[in-house]
Design a protein around this ligand. Structure first.
Ligand SMILES: [Zn+2]
Length: 273
């Protein structure tokens, strides 16, 4: 999990729909919005995906192009608190994140016949063992248990990915960011970021990085370019998948120092998108 940006403003379609509901005295409802306003729903989802540079807010799988994705409610839409009178969990864009389908949907990007099912980053037949992200969180109140990725700082690495694809709290990063190791661990557990499907996919990505960027090729003069390509959004605004895995792989090359130097600049770039 890494920092994701918040939407700078409410998308026009959602804004218009909420105004219409108010005028008609109707109760906000997420399902109705999705059914009645498919274009506004698509606009919202695409705005979130763009703001998040094409990655699922939780597991960092690529969700731009035609990859399956959905709008996740950070605070579950089924529950509301008496303490949030002005905050509508269902239709308030401040409660929305773009997420993958949590292992419940096949990708449409590549032909399934060309690959093994257990090699699909987006889907696994044994759902109980591979469901993740919003689909694993379900109606769980995040509270102190699931970190809101929008509250993180890019320069703080709170998780570490190992070559076998497993994901763990990063003790030094947690200490630097003031987030407890237990908080990161409970986030990983509840979102099931360590499920078989994601662990396998991260392991495959680590192997890809090893092939593309072998350590013997880490020449000091080339490293800034490597960091730029693999840890910053490209000219279309998209980040490479599994940012935290790449970050862990490139840590010995000095990725943390580079990110610390460039995180402010990157956030400025992000804000301008
Ligand atoms: Zn995900």
């Amino acid at each position: 999990m890494k920092r994701v940006e918040s939407l700078a403003a409410e998308p026009d379609g959602l804004k218009a729909y909420r105004a219409q509901l108010k005028q008609e005295g109707r109760t906000p409802n997420w399902s109705t919005f999705r059914d009645e306003e498919p274009d506004a729903y698509r606009e919202l989802r695409e705005a979130l995906i763009r703001t998040q540079h094409g990655l699922c807010a939780y597991c960092e799988i690529n969700i731009h192009d035609t990859s399956p994705s959905q709008v996740e409610h950070y605070l579950p839409k089924s529950k509301a608190s008496r303490n949030e009178p002005d905050f509508d969990r269902q239709l308030d864009f401040r409660n929305h994140l773009a997420c993958c389908m949590g292992g419940t949907s096949r990708t449409t990007v590549r032909s399934l016949s060309e690959k093994r099912v257990d090699g699909d980053d987006y889907y696994h037949q044994d759902l109980a063992a591979s469901q993740s992200c919003g689909d694993a969180k379900k109606d769980h109140e995040p509270g102190n248990a699931v970190i809101d990725p929008r509250c993180l700082q890019l320069q703080h690495k709170i998780v570490v990915v190992r070559p076998d694809g497993t994901i763990h709290p990063d003790k030094a990063g947690c200490a630097a960011s003031g987030i407890s190791v237990d908080h990161v661990r409970s986030t990983i557990d509840i979102l099931k970021l360590d499920c078989y499907r994601l662990t396998y996919a991260r392991k495959k990505w680590w192997e890809t990085l090893r092939r593309k960027l072998p350590r013997q090729s880490w020449k000091p003069a080339l490293l800034p370019h490597v960091f730029l390509v693999f840890l910053a959004p490209n000219s279309n605004g998209w980040l490479e998948r599994f940012f935290s895995t790449t970050r862990s792989y490139l840590q010995p090359a000095g990725a943390e120092a580079w990110l610390a130097l460039h995180s402010t600049a990157q956030q400025t770039i992000n804000d301008g998108l």
